[in-house]
Design a protein around this ligand. Structure first.
Ligand code: IMP
Length: 497
């Protein structure tokens, strides 16, 4: 007979944290959100640590290079999605690793043969008014001049005027050379009252632009997640099929950490993938998942996973539970796996970080997941709403939305994530194609979320995530008291009545 569990499968909204004593030194600004992402032995440090307990989902609609740069600047990490060609994924990783704070690769470029009409079209498309003029019209061609709004007058100049006839030519430009530091570049910008400084190599080829407004970039992002060479840290998702070709390409692009992206990680395919990669590249860090119980967790740990990702069926775009009838409430899954993790640590002295993946609806769910034993959370819907996510911003009615689709939807067709073996195709959908409300810049939103997490931890008397995991007190809430959780019995001023 099948094993029937008497415990109910529960999700985050069914729980609340009880406040603990808040000591005077436990103010939100003293709360440290650093957290491990790779396994480590007692008394040692993890080789990679996050500065905030948040990573972005391995999804086409979420984790590209732009979002990865924005999130790493805030102390988190993105796993670049794997449901794209090996070359394209490696290129995204490379762009993150090459990103230098304040040094921007020019995205608005023309050649001398272009016209004022072309310049205006590029300005409209990118929103940038500093346009580089290079011999081949690319971001890394030989720099021949710069065009800014000061170089043309729309009321006088004809639209077919050639760029060569109105650009500021190279001989009149002040430039910096590769190797210059951000602070040296800014000194030149201030000294010469410039808006931007082109950085060129010894052959006069354009490499970067430094803008006056980026001056404080590194000061604004004190939590930036950097490797030992001061480059941003980035991860990448892989599948259990083409890892022999994909992994070397990602390592060549200098990816920092990998994660096997699978909707069900309790499989021999996943074990084989992790073991083969570990054998070939013993230093490579690789997470496994997803699992929802002790058995799945132990299987991946014994396979060599550096962290384990927890969650099946809780994602906002996920219809796995409806389609296949498998999964578990996210809170129950995290609680059981965390218990197994703690026992494993007790027994072996090896700490395996846990990632709670999917189903974060409110900011406080992040704190709950941490208190239940997760070391960091992975979010998709949350990040899809921001400017930096790869998807289209669309106007619907009076407001803006962004597109967000599941990896198991017909749109993404990421069959490698869902198919356990056999033929290379998707037999039915496990995700939907949807919209999420547009929410602006990643940093502005993440700052609010982190402030809430710090405030909750402060109320729980915890100055670190470890302390929260050890001392949090969590209660189940009744469905009646859930109603009481929001505003109730009042008429909200901005609601219709
Ligand atoms: P969210 O943060 O609730 O939107 O959940 C994001 C998570 O949902 C991802 O990290 C994946 O684990 C999972 N996911 C992504 N695409 C699909 C899908 O198509 N079906 C089911 N789960 C998905």
């Amino acid at each position: 007979m099948a094993t029937i569990y008497s415990d109910i499968s529960r999700t985050f909204s069914e729980y609340l944290l009880l406040p603990n004593l808040t000591t005077k030194d436990c103010m939100p600004e003293n709360v440290d959100l650093a957290t491990p992402i790779t396994k480590f032995a007692k008394g040692e440090k993890p080789s990679i640590q996050l500065n905030i307990p948040i990573v972005s989902a391995i999804m086409q609609a979420v984790s590209n290079d732009t979002l990865a740069i924005a999130l790493a600047k805030c102390g988190g990490l993105s796993f670049i999605y794997g449901s794209q060609s090996i070359e394209d994924q490696a290129e995204m990783v490379r762009r993150v690793k090459k990103h230098k704070s304040g040094f921007v690769v020019s995205d608005s470029n023309v050649s001398v043969h272009h016209t004022l009409r072309d310049v205006l079209a590029i300005k409209e498309k990118t929103g940038h008014s500093t346009i580089a003029v290079t011999d081949d019209g690319t971001a890394t061609g030989k720099l021949l001049g710069i065009v800014t709004g000061r170089d043309y007058r729309l009321t006088r100049d004809p639209l077919d005027k050639k760029v060569a006839d109105f650009m500021t030519p190279f001989k009149d430009l002040i430039v910096g050379y590769v190797g210059i530091t951000l602070s040296e570049a800014n000194d030149i910008i201030w000294e010469h009252k410039l808006n931007s400084l082109p950085i060129i190599d010894k052959d006069q080829r354009l490499q970067y632009l430094v803008f006056r407004k980026d001056y404080d970039d590194h000061k604004q992002n004190p939590a930036q997640l950097m490797d030992s060479k001061k480059r941003l840290v980035v991860g990448a998702g892989i599948n259990t099929r083409d890892y022999n070709e994909r992994v070397p390409a990602l390592l060549d692009a200098e990816v920092d950490i990998l994660c096997v992206d699978s909707s069900d990680g309790f499989t021999e395919f996943q074990r084989e993938t992790i073991q083969t990669i570990k054998k070939k590249y013993p230093d490579v860090k690789i997470g496994g998942g997803n699992v929802v119980d002790r058995e799945g967790f132990m299987y991946l740990v014994e396979s060599g996973a550096d962290f384990v990702k927890v969650g099946i069926g809780g994602g906002s775009i996920c219809i796995t539970r409806e389609q296949k009838g498998i999964g578990r409430g996210q809170a129950s899954a995290v609680i059981e796996v965390a218990k197994a993790r703690d026992e494993y640590y007790e027994k072996t002295g090896i700490y395996i970080p846990l990632c709670s993946d999917g189903g974060i609806v409110h900011d406080y769910h992040v704190t709950l997941a941490l208190a239940m034993g997760a070391d960091f959370v992975m979010m998709g819907r949350y990040f899809a709403r921001f400017d930096e996510s790869p998807t289209k911003k669309v106007k619907r009615g009076n407001s803006y939305v962004k597109e967000y689709w599941g990896e198991g939807s017909n749109r993404a067709r990421n069959w490698q994530r869902y198919d356990l073996g056999g033929n290379a195709n998707m037999k039915f959908e496990e995700g939907v194609d949807s919209y999420v409300p547009y929410a602006g810049k990643l940093k502005d939103n993440l700052d609010v979320t982190l402030n809430k997490i710090r405030a909750t931890m402060s109320s729980c008397g915890a100055k670190s995530i470890r302390q929260l995991q050890e001392t949090a007190r969590i209660v189940l809430v009744s469905s009646t008291s859930l109603i009481e959780g929001g505003a109730h019995d009042v008429i909200l001023k901005d609601s219709e009545y």
